[in-house]
Design a protein around this ligand. Structure first.
Ligand code: SF4
Length: 637
């Protein structure tokens, strides 16, 4: 078996990776400090009053560090006015300058604020989207060029006790890194570590590192690899976590929770930012509800240890499972919606989970649940063939579109009536033992519904699945978690992390969120989780930046307009970016791009190519729709 670098302290016992502590003003990051919550202003940095007001709103919401963009020297200088005014008003919250392309601005900002964020992809490079082959010596020359431009900032930071965040973005890797490592987690990690090594050579260790992407899967793999490489060297710097361009509303929250939460589950991450295309103060409660999951986590019920890493944590590979009916194998992850609390289910009830009945026919949405659990009830009308019933085994009557759910002891011990096609068997992830393994090993008619009561439930369920892999058992697994005590906001976060973390590693074949909330909410959230992990695409994908001082149009409003026009375009990826400086790089994954280029002026992109320029803001949404039509990706609603 391939020996894989460890990337965290333990896969079974919650434990935070011990990183070096850095002080950002009065706030410690890493070491034994709590996980810090931060956000970024969206005002024009030259508008001191607006930036101060917004910063105060963020701090009042619980933001511990405030990041402000400094696109040029004049904004960098104005950070002093902002800092002074905040101080006068009684706020000494540490400030972070966000720098892209402008070392001069970084060098000024580093003398004013407590932390400077630089992007290795564009600190000294301007992206040309060119593939250039570098010889080793030419590559080394480039590193020396970067060193000569970066060392002055390091020396200023050393003198002023300013922290540097080396903040890599998947979308803005330099052409040099792309040419050698490709558009990969390894490329992201190398991009950051090149800058880390320069700092270390200068004996500068006041560093925080981040690996961000709009794709939570890439973001998770890159951060694991970063952690593994730092563990290998023994110099472990604090890690800042975030999913870039996550978008707004529920989708933005789901994406962020999956990316950030998956890593926090394994103890990786010292500070987080949830980037939403909304007011920055809206990001803070979301960030807190992710972080608060870990306040008591150390006390979880013990989970038996694992000798080594069973799957490669740095590369996606779906666990190979047997196809049973429409579950497992090459099928997308399935969704079970619990309707057992609803009495006397009628056709109309199914409209909330994607099945509408009119004109004597079923009409099925893209986001239609695959199974409904009805408990002891029966359905007395004909269902569409796409929807299947799960019934408690005691009441189950053999039929084509209904399958029984057994408790593990009922299924494994008693001589019960079973389906010849598919039996669901509910099992707790703490139950695994050799007896059970032997009994299920050869059964090709079961799908396990894996439950857990453990506070560290994702790890316990993962442990169970690793045991199956070790024993060559390819039974499909559906993860069930009980969220009955949670309101919709916390349910959205918790289910995204619990399910997302297992989907990101390709370990499961379906999800079941048990809750008192409406079937509609559960269905939408379940599909949102599958979409965000890119394991089942059922709607348009929006990659929209949170906006910042560089944005010169009403980004949340325009995002809402674009969404209204295009949300029926399943699978199409649309980037909506506030500025031309970073936007095109950050939305590299998008099929179409909508990018601000100046005051009220928009450019449209097809892939990475700009195809329309200087469109006024008021005409731009329509122009985007026309562009999608021209390229054949439009569907009438
Ligand atoms: S892409 Fe958006 S968040 Fe990033 S720098 Fe531009 S406007 Fe700011």
């Amino acid at each position: 078996m391939e020996i894989l670098l460890p990337y965290c302290n333990s896969l079974t016992k919650y434990s935070r990776l011990k990183t070096r502590e850095v002080m950002v003003g009065k706030i410690g990051i890493g070491g034994s400090n709590p996980i810090r919550v931060q956000s970024m202003t969206v005002t024009n940095t030259m508008d001191t009053d607006a930036t101060v007001e917004e910063s105060i709103r963020m701090v009042k919401a619980g933001c511990e560090l405030v990041r402000i963009t400094a696109p040029s020297i004049k904004e960098a200088h104005n950070l002093q006015n902002i800092k002074d005014e905040l101080y006068i008003r009684g706020y000494d919250t540490p400030l972070i300058a966000d720098i892209h392309f402008t070392p001069n601005a970084a060098e000024i900002a580093a003398q004013i604020v407590e932390k400077v964020r630089i992007n290795p992809g564009n600190y000294t490079d301007r992206k040309q989207f060119k593939v250039v082959e570098y010889t080793d010596s030419a590559y080394q020359e480039e590193i020396e060029r970067i060193r000569s431009r970066f060392v002055p900032l390091i020396r200023i930071c050393k003198r002023n006790k300013t922290v540097i965040r080396i903040g890599v973005n998947h979308g803005s890797l330099s052409d040099r890194i792309m040419s050698r490592f490709g558009d990969t987690p390894l490329g992201m990690v190398e991009s950051g570590l090149e800058f880390v090594r320069i700092c270390e050579k200068e004996k500068f260790y006041n560093i925080v590192v981040s690996m961000k992407s709009s794709n939570p899967v890439v973001m998770v793999y890159a951060n694991r690899l970063l952690a593994a490489k730092m563990i290998e060297t023994g110099r472990i710097y604090p890690i800042h976590l975030g999913v870039t361009e996550a978008g707004e509303g529920e989708d933005g929250r789901i994406k962020s929770a999956i990316g950030i939460g998956t890593l926090l589950e394994d103890g990786i991450g010292d500070t987080i930012r949830v980037s939403l295309t909304e007011k920055p103060e809206n990001e803070i409660p979301v960030a807190k509800s992710i972080v608060n999951r870990y306040s008591n986590r150390k006390k979880h019920e013990p989970i038996s240890n694992l000798d080594n890493q069973i799957v490669n944590p740095f590369e996606f590979k779906h666990r190979e499972t047997t196809t049973i009916n429409n579950i497992g194998g090459a099928n997308p992850p399935r969704i079970i919606v619990d309707c057992s609390r609803q009495k006397d289910i009628i056709q109309k009830d199914l409209s909330t989970i994607g099945y509408k009945y009119f004109n004597n026919n079923w009409h099925i949405d893209d986001q239609a649940a695959d199974f409904i659990f009805v408990g002891d009830q029966a359905i007395d009308f004909e269902l569409p063939s796409e929807l299947t019933i799960i019934q408690n085994a005691e009441v189950w009557q053999n039929s084509n579109n209904s399958f029984p759910l057994f408790k593990s002891n009922e299924y494994l011990i008693a001589n019960r009536k079973k389906s010849k096609i598919l039996n669901f068997v509910s099992i707790s992830s703490s139950e695994i033992d050799t007896d059970i393994i032997e009994k299920i090993k050869t059964d090709d008619k079961i799908v396990l519904i894996l439950e857990t009561e453990n506070e560290h439930g994702m790890a316990e369920q993962r442990r169970f699945i690793f045991e199956l892999i070790k024993n060559d058992i390819s039974i499909p697994i559906i993860i069930k978690r009980n969220y009955s005590r949670l309101d919709t906001k916390q349910l959205l976060i918790d289910s995204s992390v619990d399910m997302g973390a297992l989907l990101i590693d390709g370990l499961i074949d379906g999800i079941w969120l048990e809750s008192n909330q409406s079937p509609e909410f559960i269905n939408t959230t379940s599909f949102g989780i599958l979409q965000a992990t890119r394991s089942r695409i059922t709607k348009t994908e929006y990659i929209s930046c949170p906006s910042c001082g560089r944005t010169q149009f009403d980004l949340p409003e325009v995002t809402a307009q674009i969404r209204k026009e295009t949300e029926h375009l399943k699978g199409v990826k649309i980037g909506i970016m506030g500025c031309i400086v970073n936007g095109p790089g950050e939305m590299a994954d998008a099929d179409y791009g909508f990018v601000g280029t100046g005051s009220g002026s928009i450019a449209l992109y097809k892939g990475q190519e700009v195809v329309r320029k200087n469109i006024s803001e008021k005409d731009a949404v329509k122009a985007l729709v026309n562009l999608i039509k021209e390229h054949g990706d439009w569907l009438e609603k």
